[in-house]
Write a protein that binds this ligand. Structure first.
Ligand SMILES: *[C@@H]1O[C@H](CO)[C@@H](O)[C@H](O)[C@H]1NC(C)=O
Ligand SMILES: *[C@@H]1O[C@H](CO)[C@@H](O)[C@H](O)[C@H]1NC(C)=O
Ligand SMILES: *[C@@H]1O[C@H](CO)[C@@H](O)[C@H](O)[C@H]1NC(C)=O
Ligand SMILES: *[C@@H]1O[C@H](CO)[C@@H](O)[C@H](O)[C@H]1NC(C)=O
Length: 234
């Protein structure tokens, strides 16, 4: 079953419209397009190697007899994948896939329908990623985006990288979109499946423990729809 989204009415930072004396200033929000993956968005898709093979920038098992179990971003340019031999699930392999030029590694979660949430990583085209940077003295930074999906569901990914392109833990990563919101603490990534529609606003925030001038890049992207896992590790 899909985990229901818990509601918090406390994120009041959403949708603040700046009003100067007499003149309302319109908030411009950047629109961002969904990551384009063939066959995404058409319902219960299975995350396994047969489905994704041949699509560049996706984790690949080194041996065609293996199925992808899970994957994650080792750094901005590298996916690490764990593969399993279906006939004997005890047999596993670990390998790395380098992201193609002009792509960045992003962490996602599968839909738990029929199984459990499984982390997987994709090399996402930079054109489908929005980024904001923390390079000044601020411990709380937010950025709103507009997302658009076709079937009512989006899977978003937020990941924080440091100046050396490595995942960087922060005190909290938050999102809020309409009546849905959530927070993950002490993490460098956050992925969730949310109800969505065309042109929906989502706000992404990070909170760090200090306001020191640490350089961080906060990346955001989303899939049109959701994957389910192949259930191999049930
Ligand atoms: C996806 O799977 C769920 C649960 O097995 C099922 O209820 C739903 O109808 C499926 N959706 C599609 C588009 O096949
Ligand atoms: C795309 O992003 C990666 C990693 O974030 C970066 O190394 C690369 O220079 C970017 N390419 C372009 C064309 O912006
Ligand atoms: C995020 O990071 C954690 C490690 O803190 C990892 O276990 C998890 O699989 C990652 N991916 C997602 C999508 O949460
Ligand atoms: C959240 O908002 C959506 C539409 O924006 C609505 O359909 C849904 O009922 C709302 N859920 C709750 C629990 O208020």
């Amino acid at each position: 079953m899909r985990s229901r989204l818990f509601l918090l009415s406390t994120l009041v930072l959403v949708g603040i419209t700046t009003v100067t004396i007499g003149a309302p200033v319109e908030e411009t929000i950047e629109a961002i397009k969904a990551v384009e993956i063939p066959q995404m968005g058409s319902g219960n898709l299975t995350l396994n190697r047969r489905f994704i093979s041949g699509v560049p920038g996706l984790p690949q098992c080194p041996n065609a007899d293996f199925l992808l179990l899970t994957s994650k971003c080792l750094d901005e340019k590298t996916i690490q994948e764990i593969c399993v031999f279906p006939a004997n699930p005890e047999v596993r392999s670990e390998s790395n896939t380098e992201c193609p030029d002009d792509t960045t590694c992003m962490d996602f979660l599968t839909d738990p329908i029929g199984g459990q949430e499984i982390p997987f990583a994709l090399c996402v085209d930079n054109g489908s990623i929005k980024e904001f940077r923390k390079d000044r003295k601020a411990s709380y930074l937010c950025k709103p985006y507009l997302i658009s999906v076709t079937n009512g569901i989006a899977t978003f990914s937020i990941i924080v990288y440091d100046a050396h392109s490595n995942p960087a833990k922060v005190y909290a990563i938050k999102f809020s979109s309409g009546n849905q919101s959530g927070t993950r603490y002490n993490t460098y990534n956050y992925s969730r499946i949310i109800d969505s529609k065309k042109g929906q606003k989502i706000e992404v925030c990070i909170e760090t423990e200090t306001n020191a001038e640490i350089e961080l890049a906060v990346m955001f992207s989303y899939l049109d729809g959701s994957y389910i896992s192949n259930g191999i590790n049930k």
